[in-house]
Design a protein around this ligand. Sequence first.
Ligand SMILES: Nc1ncnc2c1ncn2[C@@H]1O[C@H](COP(=O)(O)OP(=O)(O)OP(=O)(O)O)[C@@H](O)[C@H]1O
Ligand SMILES: Cc1ncc(CO)c(N)n1
Length: 273
Amino acid sequence: MSISKALTIAGSDSGGGAGIQADLKTFQELNVYGMSAITAITAQNTLGVHGVFPLTADAVVQQIEAIGSDLGADAIKTGMLFNSEIIEAVSEQIKKFNWSRVIVDPVMIAKGGASLLQGEAVDAMKKHLLPLALIVTPNIPEAEVLTGMKIHNLDDRRTAAEVLHSLGVKNVVIKGGHAENENHLVDLLYDGTEFSYFSSERIETKNTHGTGCTFAAAITAEIAKGNTVYHSVETAVSFIQEAIKEDLELGQGHGPTNHWAYQQKKRRSLHVE
Ligand SMILES: Nc1ncnc2c1ncn2[C@@H]1O[C@H](COP(=O)(O)OP(=O)(O)OP(=O)(O)O)[C@@H](O)[C@H]1O
Ligand SMILES: Cc1ncc(CO)c(N)n1
């Protein structure tokens, strides 16, 4: 049996809702074999990040080499990279293994405000990693940091997407979770020529821990299977919507989403027909 494989290069969330854990659960649910290279360990739960313990760039490189030299990967996702040494080392590995299906989730700040990327690392991300990316998936505050512009409306978001594209990223997805006063959330995709809009109803819940990681991981899984960028984003939007709708009500703070929900819904609809 041949199976598609995806590698996530990201931080560990001990609470299991974001980071490496969210990525591997999402890969599994979308029938993709998941592998990981951990960049940092966080002591984290639904209430916040209580400690951050970055690994050395060498430890990250050795994990990636172990995978690249043996199993290989059909798509790569990056999440929390923490500092410029790790970003540069990861970028070198991507070039070394000639990986072109690279999805960069430019993780910067956790929901409670803890920093997951040092300020000095933003330039390294723009210079070394973004030019290697097939897709970048910033939320609105991340897009503001990467472009240096303020984003107030959809017009600003389109401009920000064009600026990010000019840095060498082939496709830009600016997520709508942080847009205020909107009953509808719009995730915007720009491929360098056309804009596409994925609209969803805003779900009222405090359980949105790891939505960004899960969304980018779902895109990565679909890309690993050889799907188009448009199809992969479309599937990821459905995946995250079901995961938020059927939240698990775990923990005392911002709980995780439900990584089983998308497949459960698919199975239910097959049963009815
Ligand atoms: N309350 C909500 N209702 C419906 N969809 C949501 C909601 N919040 C986020 N989403 C969706 O979840 C995905 C992730 O968006 P968001 O902008 O929240 O990412 P993020 O800020 O990177 O997440 P994280 O908090 O994990 O860092 C997007 O597809 C977005 O539209
Ligand atoms: C390890 C890790 N990566 C990413 C995020 C962003 O949701 C988080 N909270 N923790």
